[in-house]
Design a protein around this ligand. Structure first.
Ligand code: ADP
Ligand code: MG
Length: 583
């Protein structure tokens, strides 16, 4: 028989330890709370030290306001805060903290020493707490400000310890938090030491200065400024298209000076790069969003990691437009117009066509007048257009592969398949976005194709009938285990319909990451099937038509999968390669 245990009220110490788990997961969370407190206190300097991954010791010292001596015990009590007084204050909160939980939570699972002195007072005081119990309070000399030392974190919570990663991993997570917080307040001078070694030092200056200190001068050089003022103001700096990273973790999102995680906004940024950087790669940088305090709810996560916007879609689109505008005006190819691909010994090494030539030449005196011709730009909303190519004149085809063209005195090589793919893809996406009537842009097949795909998939295709017809496909179930396609999008008229439909159906099974993602994926698939093959011979008229279409396509320097479609060798590069003096 199961013994029925009586219900008991937990002692405060136990209750606190349980609650602490929500706020304090790992050393990095301690560091975050302590540094946020320091920032809230108006500090201009914050010094952080981590030892043994933060499990041995974490120290955060600031030169901020300090805590009045009489409040010392209160500071480490749960739900004790100087930052809000009534519930309504939460909606107006400007400080990073407001829950009054952090110090209590940390004190519940460590040995904590809090030493502080306010500016006016003659001397300071120090409080020593272990696992939630105040052990001692002493007078302590020292400069104004606060110093919190946390030792033996989780020593009395073996369960928590088991979930931690290696000392090195915990240390690096903690350092990352310090760096990210430094970015939220670039005007504050930070130092962070890990096991005695300085791993981060910011001087307290502009955001760009702080970014440089955090990510290094090289990575910083590849950033382009974001600058969109307004009620929803966007700032910071994001990587230009030729610089990208394997993971998404290089993007720091800051909302009203608060470090946050927000999937939707990160996706908005990622999406702005679609077609500009290779698939599976990600931009990096720091994006700041400033909105009126009342339009964002910061009280939705115990560790305040997430925020909720009253108008998330609005923020999403403003952010995306700001990214587009920045990317569009960036020297998309090669930072500052440098030509890193031409090596000093004169050989030409092409690592990635992104890094040669430049896409957006209107703003600089570069090449003949034709460079500034931007046909697609004329009618399109200015901020929505990624980098454009200059007008291209077809010269011919190399064998049955690359197209050779010129743009003024720049030699241009074009991958016809990648270029055509991009043109078709862009058309398809625009068609869907602008809600072109279904019938137009659809091509009836003289010979409908039947694709055997099994009953499950056939049923799914039937479910997706509307989705497909918006594209211009007409696909319907044809018996229990097959579908029949009677029309394809006009742009895909050149494709082998059977292979295309078969692949479309196969892709239906892929886990969907939202309709937008899917829309782009299917557009890329259709474009890939419909585009001219690499190896197809094109006559000069077809070549010129393709080049004209490419020039009119935003972001035409890459195919939808992010592979380059264009390689530009400008006059300066050629001169360098042939060791001719520059003009
Ligand atoms: P919260 O930050 O949510 O108010 P905390 O538990 O983090 O709660 O801190 C409790 C209180 O202790 C704060 O409201 C603040 O008054 C005081 N405090 C904590 N750290 C500092 C600091 N570094 N400088 C000045 N005051 C501090
Ligand atoms: Mg706090």
């Amino acid at each position: 028989m199961i013994a029925v245990a009586p219900i008991r009220r937990l002692p405060q110490v136990v209750a606190d330890a349980i609650a602490a788990g929500e706020v304090i997961e790992r050393p990095a969370s301690v560091l975050k709370e302590l540094v946020e407190n320091a920032l809230d206190s108006g500090a201009r300097r914050i010094d952080v030290a981590i030892e043994g991954g933060g499990l041995v010791r974490i120290l955060v010292a600031d030169d901020g306001s300090g805590i009045p001596e009489g409040d010392l015990e209160l500071a480490v009590e749960r739900h004790a805060t100087s930052k809000i007084a009534v519930a309504d204050d939460i909606a107006r909160v400007r400080t990073l903290g407001f829950r009054g939980e952090a110090l209590a939570s940390i004190a519940a699972v460590s040995e904590l020493r809090l030493t502080t002195r306010t500016r006016g007072s003659s001397g300071g005081a120090s409080l020593h707490v272990r696992n939630g119990e105040v052990l001692a309070r002493t007078a302590a000399p020292g400069a104004p400000g606060t110093r919190v030392e946390v030792c033996e974190l989780f020593a009395a919570s073996p369960a928590r310890l088991r979930f931690l990663r290696s000392v090195a991993t915990e240390a690096s997570a903690a350092v990352r938090v310090a760096a990210d917080l430094a970015l939220t307040h670039p005007e504050v001078a930070f130092t962070c030491r890990n096991d005695g070694r300085v791993v981060l030092r910011t001087a307290g200056g502009t955001l760009r200065d702080t970014i440089r200190a955090v990510i290094g001068a090289r990575a910083e050089r590849d950033l382009i400024d974001l600058d969109a003022p307004g009620p929803i103001a966007i700032g910071g700096a994001i990587s230009s298209p030729h610089a990208h990273r394997a993971t998404r973790s290089g993007l720091v999102l800051i909302v009203n000076h608060r470090l946050v995680h927000n999937r939707a906004l990160l996706a908005a940024i990622d999406e702005a790069y679609r077609g500009l950087i290779p698939g599976g790669r990600h931009p990096y940088g720091v994006v700041t969003v400033d909105v009126p305090g009342e339009s964002v709810d910061v009280n939705v996560h115990p560790a305040k990691r997430e925020v909720r916007f009253s108008d998330e879609r609005g923020v999403f689109s403003v952010l995306q437009r700001a990214c587009w505008a920045a990317l569009r005006s960036a020297p998309a190819l090669g930072a500052g117009g440098s030509v890193p691909s031409v090596l000093a010994n004169g050989t030409l090494e092409v690592r990635d066509a992104f890094i040669v030539g430049r896409a957006h030449a209107t703003s600089r005196p570069f090449g003949p007048a034709s460079w500034s011709a931007e046909p697609a730009d004329a009618g399109a909303p200015a901020s929505d257009v990624p980098p454009m190519l200059p007008a291209l004149d077809a010269l011919g085809q190399v064998g049955s592969g690359f197209l050779l063209a010129t743009a003024g005195d720049t030699v241009v090589l074009v991958d016809p398949h990648a270029a055509h793919e991009k043109v078709l893809y862009t058309e398809l996406v625009a068609r869907l976005r602008d809600g072109v009537p279904e019938a137009s842009g659809s091509q009836l097949l003289l010979m409908p194709v039947v694709v055997e795909c099994g009953p499950d998939r056939a049923a799914r295709v039937a479910d997706e009938h509307d989705f497909f017809s918006r594209w211009g496909f007409s696909i319907e179930q044809f018996g229990p285990g097959a579908v029949r396609c009677t029309a394809v999008p006009m742009s895909a008229a050149g494709a082998d319909p059977e292979a295309m439909v078969a692949e479309l159906i196969e892709r239906l099974d892929e886990r969907d990451s939202g309709t937008d993602e899917r829309r782009h994926r299917l557009a890329a698939l259709v474009a890939c099937h419909a585009a001219v093959r690499f190896g197809d011979r094109l006559d000069i008229v077809a070549q010129q038509r393709l080049l004209d279409q490419l020039v009119a396509t935003p972001g035409g320097t890459t195919c939808p999968h992010g592979r380059p479609s264009v390689l530009m060798l400008d006059d300066a590069m050629l001169r360098r390669a042939f060791r001719r003096p520059p003009r």
